[in-house]
Design a protein around this ligand. Sequence first.
Ligand code: ADP
Length: 336
Amino acid sequence: MKKICLLIETGALATSLLLTTIFYFLIGNTWVIIGGIIFSICFTFWLFLLIWLFGKRLSLFTFHLCHRLDNMINGYEKEEQLLDEDTLLSRISYRLSRLYDIKKENQNKVANEREKLQILLSDISHQVKTPISNLKMITDTLLTKSVSDTEREEFLQGIKGQVNKLDFLIQVMVKTSRLETGAIKLEKNDNSLYQTLAIALSSIVYPAEEKSIYVTVNCPENLRVLHDSKWTAEAFFNLLDNAVKYTPTNGKINVSAEEWEMYIKVDIKDTGKGIPEKHQASIFQRFYREEEVHNEPGIGIGLYLAREIITKQGGFIKVTSEVDKGSTFSVFLPKK
Ligand code: ADP
């Protein structure tokens, strides 16, 4: 930079001296020489001042730029914008700020994803611990102790139960991670809601009958809405399964669908144990289970999955509940 400045200075001085000489030979007056020298000195001085100021400004900007880049590289917090005026320097500075924000946002996104993955992994390892240690215990007993035929039968049933639990867990985990990472794409088509509900209901008929729970359905057969039938049926099944699980014998479940201006609303209403208000925000979290339901089968993933499926289709789920009276889970599916 210094070399360039020196070159410009020398060039300017030489040019003005050359012009003075040419004029002197053309006009032949000594005042031309005096005037030319004075002009050359003044011109060189102002040019020097200009270059010096510009150099200072440039080195200041380079300093800030390097400082800011160093901070970005080291991941320090963003500093306030240094230049406010609409100059080239402030524009570069503004773009750098934008770049910094984008970089920070991406970093946060990656950190969030990593945290989610870690939580998922620790959840998985926590969940599989119990069935695996149960399996180890049963197989150790079978291998080391002599047992009667009836006991063997019981142990084998135990193994089957634990293997089923593991199978269920793995399937749910795979499904959850695929849904979360976007590996599964829900296909919204103009499907019959009645049929989707029928698929979900068919899986709870038997358990509901076993508990003598009376199930009623009010859904117009011709009601159609844009949704992924397979996945939405899974979401409805999770809600219905809970309704059966958490409703005592001789209870009632009512499923009703209603057309709203923007949404189709499906209510799944039960006369079960209800959910205290303080737990209502937590029940949709992955692996959240209320203390009092630990003797019921389940791992606390049903509502989480149901909400994921519905929100991925632009809808939402709402819960209203009263302890000892029952709960209503309302599913809103957008019409468009
Ligand atoms: P799981 O049923 O396997 O525990 P869910 O995610 O489906 O997991 O439900 C989370 C929790 O919400 C349940 O453990 C239960 O405490 C509560 N819950 C869900 N549905 C109902 C319901 N219909 N009635 C009462 N409690 C419910």
